[in-house]
Design a protein around this ligand. Structure first.
Ligand code: HEM
Length: 105
């Protein structure tokens, strides 16, 4: 089954808008990466103040390949890159053990 990689971002309140804007204009390259299955930017409502960048991949190898290539380009942006909106980040790794989707009507 798939693997999940979550980048947990600590974002000061006054930087939330900036962070969401950056994602709104993200590279959009991850969608074309081999083995990529899903992406979500999760805004915290309750229980944590960390934003989660949720990604799901066919395998660890596919994620590593993205990290070594397209990810770098997607994160570098232009040459005069502004100061990061996040003040900290942490990567969490999971294996999907079970999953379900709605039954087709
Ligand atoms: C130092 C740690 C990181 C920070 C502060 C960070 C922050 C950001 C920001 C602000 C963007 C929006 C585009 C931009 O401004 O570059 C972005 C894009 C993205 N990040 Fe990260 N990121 C980090 C590492 C990671 C890691 C390890 C993952 C994998 C789980 C990840 C997954 C993504 C994805 C999927 C995109 C969208 C790329 C695309 O559209 O092609 N990030 N990240």
């Amino acid at each position: 089954m798939s693997i999940v990689k979550i980048n947990a971002l600590t974002v000061p309140d006054e930087q939330r808008e900036v962070l969401e804007q950056r994602f709104a204009s993200r590279a959009g390259a991850v969608e074309s990466s081999d083995g990529f299955e899903w992406f979500e930017l999760l805004r915290p409502i309750e229980g944590t103040d960390q934003y989660l960048v949720y990604t799901r991949w066919r395998s660890e190898e596919d994620f590593q390949a993205w990290m070594e290539g397209p990810m770098k380009a997607a994160h570098q942006g232009g040459g005069d890159r502004p100061k990061p909106a996040a003040s900290g980040s942490q990567v969490w790794s999971f294996e999907v053990v079970q999953q379900a989707a709605p039954k087709k009507a």
